[in-house]
Design a protein around this ligand. Structure first.
Ligand code: PMV
Length: 327
């Protein structure tokens, strides 16, 4: 009963920030994202009667505390569906730094859900998988469907899942990730969302505005217009971060390097380069662009002091299983 899955992390284009139900992870608003082909989590899981308890390793380290509990709670959900009580060993590796705003929980829970389904031989369709994964980490429901995906908000668990709007081969958007000198973020998304919902004076107006942002983004995806998608994601980034900044205590995920990258992207635009920044809950910056401008953006960004690396991504697909196990 061993299985391995690989899933892609996603960049939010219209962002999810706020839950109406924190246990079921139901969002205030619908959201749209794009999976990134270079940001992956590979997870091997084995259920066995030899195991006395669940054991979880992330990036070669055994995990305890809250991270461990989150994984075990998710395994319990899946075990319940499969009517199985066996304990599991989970080994998970990210291809990118965790807790820096690069959505490791999205690829992490999507890979865990797919690997566990396969190991337990559960017969679940994409919709059920998206609902299940969502309960591990909200944004992971969009990594189950891959490509450009939309997660619909609802107060009913069975109605809040993602669907794919466009597959990777349909829109050739390129994303350059500027990794900036930073530490692991101090406030995770769960706590951060709670603070914003409870204290940000602009949260209601954000929720009113997001409906329009979703419609515009859906249209841009329908038109396969990578530049328009980037432009809208940039506006949406500023809207979400305005709410984060005006929460109390304030949520300031940006560092001085983040601002430097933003300024450089704006400078590129003045020179006619179609490149747009986007930031989730972290300090690293996604720069959305097209094949034509990818090289110019990369050259400019990698020479900024404080940028410690760049990752060049195309659109990523759905999770898949592989026979190449991690243990
Ligand atoms: O699903 P979580 O708890 O990792 O939260 C994700 C929050 C953002 O990345 C900032 C936005 C989003 O829609 O993914």
């Amino acid at each position: 009963m061993k299985s391995t899955a690989i899933a892609y992390a996603n960049q939010a284009l219209v962002k999810y920030w706020g839950k109406t139900n924190s246990l079921l992870k139901l969002p205030y608003n619908s959201s749209i994202s794009v999976c990134l082909d270079k940001l992956t989590t590979k997870t091997t899981i084995e259920f066995s009667k030899e195991n006395n308890q669940d054991e979880v390793f992330i990036n070669n380290e055994k995990v305890y505390g809250r991270k461990y509990e989150r994984v075990v709670n998710h395994l319990n959900l899946i075990r319940k569906k499969a009517n199985n009580k066996l304990k599991a060993k989970v080994f998970s590796i990210n291809s990118f730094p965790a807790s820096t705003g690069l959505a490791s929980s999205a690829s992490g829970f999507a890979a865990l859900t797919v690997a566990a389904r396969s190991a337990l031989g559960l017969d679940l369709g994409e919709k059920e998988m998206s609902i299940l994964s969502r309960q591990g980490s909200g944004s992971s429901c969009r990594s189950i469907t891959g490509g450009f995906s939309k997660w619909t908000a609802s107060d009913k668990s069975e109605e809040s899942y993602a669907i794919c709007l466009a597959k990777p081969e349909e829109i050739d958007m390129r994303t350059i990730i500027a990794l900036v000198k930073s530490q692991e973020k101090k406030v995770g998304s769960t706590k951060g969302m709670e603070i914003t919902v409870n204290t940000c004076p602009f949260f209601k107006s954000r929720i009113n505005y997001v409906g329009k942002a979703i419609k515009e983004m859906e249209q841009a995806i329908k038109n396969k217009d990578a530049c328009r998608i980037g432009e809208l994601a940039e506006k949406e980034t500023l809207n979400m971060h305005a709410c984060m900044l005006t929460s109390y205590p304030p949520l300031i995920y940006w560092t001085s390097e983040t601002i430097k990258v933003i300024k450089n992207v704006l400078e590129l635009r003045e020179q006619g380069v179609k490149a747009y920044f986007s930031i989730d809950a972290g300090s690293n910056v996604f720069i959305n662009t097209t094949k034509e401008f990818e090289k110019t953006v990369e050259e400019k960004i990698k020479n900024i002091s404080g940028v410690v690396g760049v990752i060049k991504c195309k659109v990523g697909g759905k999770p898949f299983t592989t026979k190449e196990h991690l243990f």
